[in-house]
Design a protein. Structure first.
Length: 210
């Protein structure tokens, strides 16, 4: 089964992708991870991407699409995959169609902007060991220090409410139009991101008919 995973930052896409991959025995193809791997391995498309990244520019659609195409041709994708972070734009979606890739379902994990800001602004990381916490859902004993090593908890820069709102603006303007694109094909399946992790997983598997 070939699946595209949508959702705003902080909706829990990464967590659900990991669970669904294990249940369906298919890999997650994450744009960021694939780009980093291609650049590290020095593939022709990876070297092209590196030029843009090192210049602080966005990697063009054509280069990202070529790297994703290379990744989807690998043996572990033969029985399906979850695309996370691709496509991000309608031109990328059209390029995926042009490659002859058949998408079986587009999963959209929905969460309001208010919930996203609340969820991300309460995330904390240990500044020493990197352990992840949440002031509401996964607190430490004092919400100041790490339970594992005693290090001080810090807020990630991209979890600052202003930064989160900018990320959400980008999501709404660039990625949300893709839902209409795939809705026209009858592929979009919507799941609430407000439930518990097991409940969200259960809803996703029900939507996928597995």
């Amino acid at each position: 089964m070939n699946i595209i995973l949508f959702g705003p930052p902080g909706a829990g896409k990464g967590t659900q992708a990991e669970i669904i991959c294990q249940k369906l025995n298919i890999p997650t193809v994450s744009t960021g991870a694939v780009l980093r791997e291609a650049m590290k391995n020095g593939t022709p498309t990876g070297l092209k991407a590196k030029q843009y990244v090192e210049a602080g520019e966005l990697v063009p659609d054509a280069v990202v699409t070529a790297i994703i195409k290379d990744r989807l041709s690998e043996p572990d994708c033969a029985n399906g995959y979850i695309l996370d972070g691709f496509p991000r734009t309608i031109p990328q979606a059209e390029a995926l169609d042009a490659m002859g890739v058949k998408i079986d379902a587009v999963l959209s994990i929905e969460l309001s902007d208010e919930e996203i800001v609340n969820r991300l602004s309460n995330r904390r990381l240990c500044g020493v060991c990197g352990a992840s916490y949440h002031l509401l859902y996964n607190p430490t004993k004092d919400n100041v220090h790490c339970d594992k090593c005693g290090g001080e908890l810090i807020t990630r820069k991209d979890d600052d409410p202003k930064v989160v709102m900018n990320r959400l603006d980008t999501y709404h303007s660039q990625t949300e139009p893709l839902k209409a694109f795939y809705n026209a094909k009858g592929l979009v399946k919507t799941v609430s991101g407000s439930d518990t992790i097991p409940e969200i997983t259960r809803h996703i598997l029900a939507e996928l008919g597995t």
